[in-house]
Ligand binder design. Sequence first.
Ligand code: KIV
Length: 261
Amino acid sequence: MPNQVTIRDLRKLKAAGTPIVCVTAYDQLTATLAERAEVDLVLVGDSLGNVVQGKPTTLPVTMAEMVYHTEIVARLTQRALVVADLPFGSYGGDPHLAFENAVALMKAGAHAVKLEGPYVDLIRSLVQAGIPVMGHLGFTPQSVHAFGGFRVQGRGEAGERITEDALALQEAGAFAIVLELMPAEVASSITEKLDVPTIGIGAGAECDGQIQVIHDALGLGDFKPKHAKTFVEGLDLLSEGLRSYSREVRAKSFPTDEHSA
Ligand code: KIV
């Protein structure tokens, strides 16, 4: 894989059947971790509302916050494709606003933007304006209240509607589509039908790639969603480190001469 992963590389990975590895990042620490893990795509997700700001939903996240975090992550990422989320209220219903906000994220360093839902015409117009767009279907967290909670989407006939939406987003020019919280069979069938890669989260193993919120993967949060796997108990590990610092200061065993100027 070349130094900088491109949208075209994602297509090649799909064609080769090589899983695409994606993770979220929000700041220097998480961007560095993603870079060291050599992931293919970093998403500056509006999940920062949950895992950085400690809020129950992504709805309060603002454009200014997204621009701030996108600038940090993009500046510190060399290899991965950097995608930034358009937050709630920054695109739906107003193509001019959407264009301005997408441009702001690209100027902050993103290579592409992501938006939630079947906004086919909007995606077409952003793509025509030279802004690569990643789609997001299934459970779309900005619509949590419209869905009546954190619920699996696409069961039964609803699966056909999501499939139609996915095909429409591809036709409008989306370069990849996140499929979140839907039956694995639905995600698998969408993946087969599309030429562009699907990136799953809680959507089974047959998507072309997977994305996880980095705090979930590293055990840095208290909330453990069912679709997430904790690859390391980060909070426990880091708490132990900080408790050691605290113990040593109290015991006057830190700092020593070695740590003094
Ligand atoms: O904001 C986010 O982290 C996301 C992922 C869950 C796909 O949209």
